[in-house]
Design a binder for this molecule. Sequence first.
Ligand SMILES: Nc1nc2c(ncn2[C@@H]2O[C@H](COP(=O)(O)OP(=O)(O)O)[C@@H](O)[C@H]2O)c(=O)[nH]1
Ligand SMILES: [Mg+2]
Length: 450
Amino acid sequence: MFDSLSDKLQRVFKNLRGEGKLSAENMEAALKEIRVALLEADVHFKVVKAFIDAVRVKALGAEVMDSFSPAQQVIKIVKDELVAVLGTHASRLRTANQPPTVVMIVGLQGSGKTTSTAKLARYLSKNGHRPMMVSVDVYRPAARQQLAVLAKDLSLPVYEGLPEETKPLQLARSARREAENNGRDIVLVDTAGRLHIDADLMTELSELKENLNPTEILFVADAMTGQDAVKSADEFHKQLGITGVILTKMDGDARGGAALSIRHITGQPLKFVGTGEKSDALEAFHPDRAASRILGMGDVLSFIEKVEQAVDSKQAETMQRKLLEDDFTLEDFKEQLKQLRKLGPLEGLLGMMPQIGPMKGLKDMKVDEKEITRVVAIIDSMTYKERANHMLINGTRRRRIAKGSGTSVNDVNNLLKQYGQARKMMKSMSGGLLGKKMGKFKLPFANPFG
Ligand SMILES: Nc1nc2c(ncn2[C@@H]2O[C@H](COP(=O)(O)OP(=O)(O)O)[C@@H](O)[C@H]2O)c(=O)[nH]1
Ligand SMILES: [Mg+2]
């Protein structure tokens, strides 16, 4: 959906990984690249400008500076800003106090109104509603037929109309009455579209709006048309007043610019995205999830949150100090592994992390639950002196430890190797971060995202 933008942003973050700290220069360089990435993704230039300005201001904020490594800082800021641009909250469909709720589906011809009407009906019925559909596209008989067929496939009701009902408003009113009589709580009104916005269309839609008093007017926009979709959404909003947007054809090679621009330009939220031709290809839009998807960070952010929740921050601080003083012992190694275990299935966690840079190393360590249990047993079989100084552990001691922990000498050797790798990895990862006061993020291991 946002693949290309995602790739480009990841490159920006990767370049920042090498930086010890965030300076005005490398920040400007990163901002420049982000700007190009957004423009290439066909994001509206006004949105790009606002976005870059906001990121710059936040990046210069000292508070953020102290607590994160450069890459982390920028990822976090960009993520927050993406969410802001996409809409801070997931926008749910509103319902009327007095059912039935009327939802008007509007947009240009071919944008996906009829398809989206059926998808929405399906979505609503899966979410405890009893929707009814009606097509008021009286100009193209095939259009009404299309909705009837889709409704039949879904076994959901559509108001088909009487022969004498030839006007959009007549059809819509009858449909609403029918819904009332049958205990249907939402009426979805699929309206006619034109190839271009014209006065006749707007008059017709305004008349429907006036008389039906819809709770939602959803503008259906074809993501493939990029900025044209944003422009017509804006136009519809100015002339009619829309309450939200359904962005269709996001399964195609749309660059995502429309999704990132609509909210800022129209002030109306993106509520749903269409991701295919079938009736189940509709997703409620969640800004937060979309931002993570755009960042493509393998959900680094949710990992960080999880770590934050699970980790004993006092202990993490001690660990930071120990690493700084090169005093990271086998006993500490054991404690860290135990912390890791608290986070839940490691496989899932490792999957959330991008398999690049130092994370690759972590994966090579093949830390799994059983492995942790074994490692903990081995370390428990060591004397305190051995735990404090691994150099003491010679061949004889290795045999004793293996026996005591019910493992093999090979296991003990592997553990010592892993411990060595972990020390090395943590040292290289800690970079410039360790010298600083740790702020908000306290990881059990130094800083895998730096
Ligand atoms: N791939 C894809 N095709 C879609 C999507 N939504 C609609 N379409 C297709 O777009 C075309 C026009 O859709 P339609 O609902 O008839 O548009 P309308 O004229 O606005 O009512 C149809 O061929 C649909 O199958 C979508 O999310 N993904
Ligand atoms: Mg249609």
